[in-house]
Design a binder for this molecule. Sequence first.
Ligand SMILES: [Mn+2]
Length: 348
Amino acid sequence: MKLSFRWYGEEDKVSLKNIAQIPGMHSIVTAVYNVKAGEVWSRESIAGLKRQVEQAGLHFEVIESIPVHEDIKLGKESRDRYIANYCENIRRVAEAGVRCICYNFMPVFDWTRTQTDHVLPDGSTTLAYYQEQVEKVNPLESGNDLTLPGWDASYSREELKNVVELYQSMTEEKLWDNLKYFLERIIPAAVEYNVNMAIHEDDPCWSIFGLPRIITDEGNLDRFLKLVDVPNNGITLCTGSLGCSCKNNVERMAAKYAAMGRIHFAHMRNVAVLPNGFEERAHLSSCGSLDMYAIMKALYDNGFQGYIRPDHGRMIWGETGRAGYGLYDRALGATYLNGLWEAIMKSS
Ligand SMILES: [Mn+2]
């Protein structure tokens, strides 16, 4: 495995220098952030990221993410232009040395939590999802001005309502059709430029506000991989996104898809599954519902050679900043993942 760490560019409070001091760190996971979804990234921006990452002694091999324009997910006629731009971005980052691209195919919302500062008993803060809070903020209900963290701030309240409404008549089957259309056009570019595409599961892995969601469980991941059945069409195994539903056996999925050579990237995060939702927890197995050792062992035993990053961390030791993406708890997570991997390797 190649240990990696997400970095939000120059605006990030966490410096590349600090990330490089985490033992065993290999790669930076980043993206060009100041370009609208669907547009082409400039070669200068990509080269600038590569230069900074390499100056810190790290590798520039993973992009998270190249966003998929909403018109592609909606299957609008304008999608062909955005798909052409997407292929051009694949080409440009590949030419800069990128080997793996994470993306998702979730309508409207990239991720949904109801709180980003839930206080745990030890005083740390974390992201959480409580069903009763979700129901209070349904954008389809007029007169509702509440928002959730993670919502795209570029949408006005009215625009958000409109785009959520557009999806109300879309079936999951139609979304599958639109995903297939997209993959059939981008995967050949990924093959040509020798890049692995790694779709991220829907987070959380169930429908909210009537939006269709399809990258949610083992049956759907099986179906996804068969849409374009080549190694470059793979997944990001996000343990927290899949593991927030008790129905998903993340360890079994890690073993199965690693054996197939289709996991190109792993997001390692522990969650506590609750009757009314879930809370993100420290990485250690005993802090949440997931057996992180068993998942790492499943990856190791099945020949996983891709990138791994500690996913979200709590805010600890007084750190402030982007919720889920502080330095300290993610660094603890990275060190824990290193320890698990070394122990698994030496005892195998
Ligand atoms: Mn993730």
